[in-house]
Structure formats: C-alpha cells, structure tokens
Design a protein around this ligand. Structure first.
Ligand code: AMP
Ligand code: ZN
Length: 665
C-alpha cells in the first residue's frame, strides 16, 4: 500500500477505536493493540512529515503550550438558562410559552444538566475547526488544542453531517477519574481538588495541553446550532449528533407533556447518584425548532428552555468526636466522626473538616447537630451547624497543639492553612507514610511489598527510612506475621529490582514536599543527577521551567537536612539510580546524512546548542535560515510566525523536538 493511503487507513481505524472505547464504551481491541497501532501511525507520520494532519489521532496526546488563549466571537451567542426550583415554576414557564404559541400541545426534550464547563465546538466539512469556552456568552477563549486531547470528541465526523455547524456541550470530569486524580495528589502530600466541576473548567484552561491530555476529561453534547439543519426537532438533532460520532447521553428523553417531564425529574432526582458524573438538575426544552424560533430569547436565556435545579442532598446528624490524622508529610487533617446517617444512597460516618480555620469558621462543637452534604468529594463535607439544637453544655473546640501520634508540638507556617508535626524522623505515620510512598506503583513500584508490610517492618524495628529497605534479607522478614519463604523471597527480589528504576522516578519516590511526578521529571531532566540538584541555589531552582518558589524552597529544605543527605548517600551505595541515563545514543551515526536542518524556538530536552550538536553528530547540517534547500525545520516553543510561514510557503516540513528524537532512534 502507498504510504499516504496506509496513514489514512490507520487514522480511520484509530478514530473508530477511539469512538468504540470513549463514546459507546464498547472496545473491540485490547489497549495494547491500540497502542501498537498508534505507535505505527506515529512512526509513519514522523518519517513522512509531509502528511502531517492536525486532526490525526496522534495529536490527542497534546504537547503544545499556549501562553494566551485567543479570543473568538461566537457566531451564535451562548446563552445561559433560566432556573426553576419547583414544579410550580415549571408550570408557570409552560403557561408563558403557551401565551406565545397559542393553542398547541408542544412536546419537550428532557435532558440532565451536566455539571462542568460549557464548550462550543465548530466543525467544518466534518473536521473540528475550533473549540471555544462560553466566556461572556458573546466571545470566549479558543482552547482547541486542549479540547482535542479529549478522546470522546470526534476530530473527524461520520455519516451525513452539515457542512458547517456549532455543537455545544459540557466538558466534565467523571467521578471515578476525579477521585483517582485526588488520590494521586494526596499521595504526594498535595491538597486535593475541591470538586469535579471546577477541576474540569480549570483543566481546559491549562497552558500545557499534554497535562490536559493526562486528565480523564469527557464531553457530553446537548445542542446543535447552525443554518440549514436537516432536522425539525431538538430530539432528532441529538440523535443525529450521535450518528456523527458525538457522545450524547442516552438518558435524554422525549416528554409529551408536563406530567412526563415531572416523571423524568422525579426519577433522576434519586437515580442521578448512580451516574458516573455529576448533574445538578434537568434541562427541559421545547422540542420543535419551529416553536423555539417563535419563542426566541430574553436578554440572557432562551424562552424555550428552563433548568430545573435539584436540591443538593443534605442531612443532619450528630458530631460525636473529632479525630486528627497525620499524613506522610506531617500535615494534620481533622476528621469529624458522625452518628452514621443515610445520604445519597450511602451511609456516612465521617466528614472532612480540612483544617483549624474551617473548624473555627463553622464553630463546630462536639455534640452539635450538623448538616452534611455530598458533592463529588471522596468524603462528604459539613456545611453548617444547626444552632437551634445546640446544647448548653458544649464548649468551643480547641484545636490540638500536639501531634496525636508522637506528642511533638505542632507548627503552622505563616500563610498556610494546615498544621504540621515537625518530627520528621520520629513520627511513626510520617516514617511509614514516606516509605509507603517510596514503594508505591508510580514511584519505585516494588513488587511483593505492600503498605501494611511496610508498617509491620517499621513496627518490628526493621526499617526507619527507605534506604533501610536495601539491607533487608530473607531471614530478617521471615519471622513477620503471615510471611512465607516464597513471599519473603519475592519481597527481597522486588527491592533488588527497584535499583533499575530511572532517576526521575527515584526523585519522585524521595517524597520531597510538592515534588510530584511532573515536577520530578522536570528536575531530573534539568539537573541530570542528584548531586547537581542538591547543590542548586534557590535562584537556580526557580529558573528551571515550571518550578516556582514554593517547590524550590521545599527542595532546598530537603537537601539542607543532613539526615536526608546521609540517606541519599546510602541509596547511592546500594545502587539506586541517582543519575539520569542519557536516553539518546551519544555515539555518532549517519542517520541524518546530507540533511539540512534549521532550528527555531526553545526546546525541552535539548538546549539549542545541544540540538545543533546532535544534528551534526548524526551527519546532518545546520542551516541558519529557511530556504528551498532546507530539509526540516525543528520547531520548539515560541517559534516565530514569520519562520513558520516561510517554511509552509517553501513546503519545508516542520517537525517537533520529539519527532527529531525519534529520527535518531
Ligand atoms: P447556568 O450556567 O446555570 O446559566 O446554566 C446554563 C448552562 O448549563 C449552559 O451554559 C450549559 O453549559 C449547562 N448545561 C448542562 N447541561 C445542559 C443541557 N443538557 N442543556 C443545556 N445546557 C446544559
Ligand atoms: Zn508526630
């Protein structure tokens, strides 16, 4: 097959698999097969940059960084919705409609009101042209590169779609993905996100689209806007959108009258908690597009639609006690222990109180009757105290002054909400938590060793820090509870194998406050070995891409501690990777023989000089300006628009840094 046709066939196939997986939830191939096909396509595209297509499925991983999102005026204004909070409100709305429409029986479409961030997608000839946030309704931010990373949004439509139209929907963060993100944050000692909605809207405005690609966002569509549409009702429109490849929740339903509308509302008022995403109401829309036209808009919202808001579920129960948890970083979290109560289908026994300020703000006291509400959070939260039921014998809650685990006096840094136990080396949950983090899957991924065993090893005096793991022997761990010969051997093997884990993950595993996976990667790439990083000044660190003062300060603090220095020396002596292994073959090759490159912009892996050197080491030549003789332009961030234009005009392929690296491999 001709290369071009092969590339197209792979793109079509991968688009279809994306659709099967993310839109209809019925994958027909394994993830591995999918990855292999994607990799094949990526390789072909790298070898043939002339067939680059911004709508290729390979573009879903993101990579572009946007400093300022351009503003785009909506061709059709994005309206808000009028709200209603009772069935009477909805009946009044129907009366207002009938006054305009006269003696008719309009039917309605009922949809769930998805709780996320609204987005408008413009398609031209079946291709995603741009994606724009609601903004002020008249104009919004163009966030196309970020939106493209959302796998359920089709980049290429199927079937019989209009030549040009807008489709509106809600970008959401499904609950499971949200909880996973929060667990990962908690694992690195960071504050979890407050709720899925804000996290979703924050995500689509991130500057780094690769980070957006890592977030499990989804997009649910609810309305098509355009001229010359081939359907007459809103409900048909939804069905068409589905046929073209969009994700339109099947919960949307036709209602012949308000009785059926109310049935829909009643059903979802209770069943919405079983949905994989958050909803905050129902949207009722007049179904006929002709009637919609007749009804038109107020200054703010369509007259033909109304939102019915669910009451957020609250219950009241008694606060029995407050306990204080000590995290891996020493952060103290107060937790409310409640009289068990039913809420949104589950029994609630505990609620987070966040920090001392929160307790003070609520003026919450043991024995109080409190209101508990459930949002998308992992555990519910306390909204308020029912003061009418406060008993006279309660007293103001005094926040603890000493660590509940090691009795050290707590500290609270200026400007921080959390109290900390400063007993870094002597506080058991901190010691155990740090080692548990070290062995966790995203860090050293030590097979055969779990969190409970870590606690057991520590409690038996066998380990006090993660370096101690490497001196364990089979006979040391055998006497532990439920430890058989085989599992003891697996454990020791797992620890031994962790010596192969690359530097960037070791850096993450060290558990330096605020150094998560991404930051660890940046630091590893920049400093290349632990000694260079340990020697860096605050200023030095801040100059590293994406490292702010808070992170830099924390890194300095970590290395200024003598004990940490000793632990690192020991890790080094055991053979743990504390140095980045050059991934690019430094040996000269002739892979780029005779090719002329022009380098433009700022790069991630290479400095510009290193990049030029890599070109020359591998047989290529570096040109200073783009000309007809140029074979490739390697473009980094901030490449000038004039250069890009010139390259396009002369048909010179523009490749990214990662494309270039792949050329060398
Ligand atoms: P509000 O932000 O309260 O004015 O509500 C209007 C917003 O609800 C719209 O901008 C949409 O983003 C959102 N929305 C969620 N689900 C739907 C739906 N099924 N139909 C229309 N709008 C919806
Ligand atoms: Zn402590």
């Amino acid at each position: 097959m001709e290369v071009k046709a092969k590339i197209q066939a792979l793109r079509d196939e991968l688009n279809q698999h994306n659709y099967n997986y993310y839109v209809v939830d019925k994958p027909t191939i394994s993830d591995l097969e999918f990855d292999l096909k994607l990799k094949t396509l990526q390789e072909l595209e790298n070898q043939h940059p002339e067939y680059f297509d911004e709508n290729s499925p390979t573009q879903r991983v993101g990579g572009t960084v946007t400093k300022n999102f351009p503003t785009i005026v909506h061709e059709n204004r994005m309206y808000s919705l009028d709200n209603s909070y009772s069935k009477e409100d909805v009946e009044d709305w129907e009366k207002r409609i009938l006054k305009v429409l006269g003696d008719v029986n309009p039917d309605f479409t009922c949809e769930l009101k998805y709780d996320g961030a609204s987005i408008s997608l413009t398609y031209e000839n079946g291709l995603l042209k741009h994606a724009v946030t609601r903004g002020d309704g008249f104009k919004g931010d163009e966030v196309t590169t970020n939106v493209k990373t959302i796998r359920s949004i089709p980049l290429q439509l199927k079937g019989d779609f209009p030549g040009r139209f807008d489709i509106r929907g809600e970008i959401i963060l499904p609950l499971a993905g949200f909880e996973k993100m929060n667990q990962d944050l908690i694992e690195i000692g960071e504050m979890p996100y407050a709720n899925p909605r804000n996290t979703a809207s924050g995500s689509i405005k991130l500057q780094d689209s690769a980070e957006v690609a890592r977030r499990p966002l989804d997009c649910l569509l609810y309305s098509i806007v355009g001229n010359k549409l081939q359907f007459k009702t809103h409900y048909e429109g939804l069905q068409h959108a589905r046929d073209w490849g969009f994700k339109v929740p099947k919960e949307a339903q036709l209602a012949k009258n308000l009785t059926e509308v109310f049935e829909f509302i009643d059903y979802w008022d209770t069943h919405r908690h079983n949905l994989p995403y958050e909803t905050d109401g129902v949207v009722i829309k007049v179904n006929s597009l002709h009637f919609q036209d007749e009804l038109g808009y107020t200054a703010k919202a369509p007259r033909w639609a109304i939102a019915y808001k669910f009451k957020s579920e609250q219950v009241s129960t008694r606060l029995n006690s407050i306990s204080y948890q000590v995290g891996r970083t020493g952060a103290i979290t107060p937790v409310a222990n409640l009289e068990p109560v039913q809420l949104a289908g589950t029994v609630v026994k505990r609620a987070s109180l966040h920090n001392a300020d929160q307790i003070e703000k609520l003026d919450i006291r043991i024995g109080d009757e409190v209101y508990v509400e459930k949002g998308g959070e992992i555990i519910p939260k306390i909204i308020a105290v029912d003061l009418s039921k406060r008993r006279p014998d309660t007293s103001i809650t005094a926040y603890i002054t000493h660590c509940p685990e090691c009795h050290t006096a707590l500290i609270r840094n200026a400007g921080e909400a959390q109290h900390y136990c400063p007993n870094y080396y002597g506080c058991p949950p901190q010691i155990i938590g740090r080692i548990q983090h070290y062995i966790s899957r995203k860090a050293m991924d030590i097979e055969g060793l779990g969190g409970e065993t870590v606690a057991l090893l520590h409690n038996n005096g066998l380990i006090n820090d993660y370096a101690d793991l490497y001196k364990l022997k089979v006979e040391d761990v055998l006497p532990l509870e439920r430890m058989a010969q085989k599992s003891a051997e697996n454990l020791i093997n797992g620890i031994e194998n962790s010596k192969q884990i690359p530097f960037e993950r070791v850096l993450f595993a060290l558990g330096i406050r605020y150094v998560g996976e991404t930051v660890a990667k940046k630091l590893a790439k920049h400093y290349k070995n632990i000694d260079a990083m340990a020697g860096a000044s605050l200023m030095d660190l801040i100059l590293v891409d994406e490292i702010g003062e808070r992170i830099a300060q924390s890194v300095i603090e970590f290395f200024s501690n003598e004990k940490n220095g000793l632990i690192i020396q020991r890790l080094k002596s055991y053979g743990v990777q504390l140095e980045a292994v050059e991934r690019i073959n430094p040996d000269a090759t002739d892979k780029l023989q005779g090719k002329i490159f022009v380098v433009s912009g700022v790069f991630e892996t290479f400095s510009r000089d290193d990049l030029k050197k890599a070109i020359e080491d591998n047989g290529g030549k570096v040109g200073s300006a783009i000309s007809a003789k140029t074979d490739y332009v390697v473009a980094g961030d901030n490449m000038g628009p004039a250069k890009l234009e010139k390259a396009t005009k002369l048909n010179v392929p523009v490749i990214s840094e990662s494309d270039f690296i792949k050329m060398l491999q």
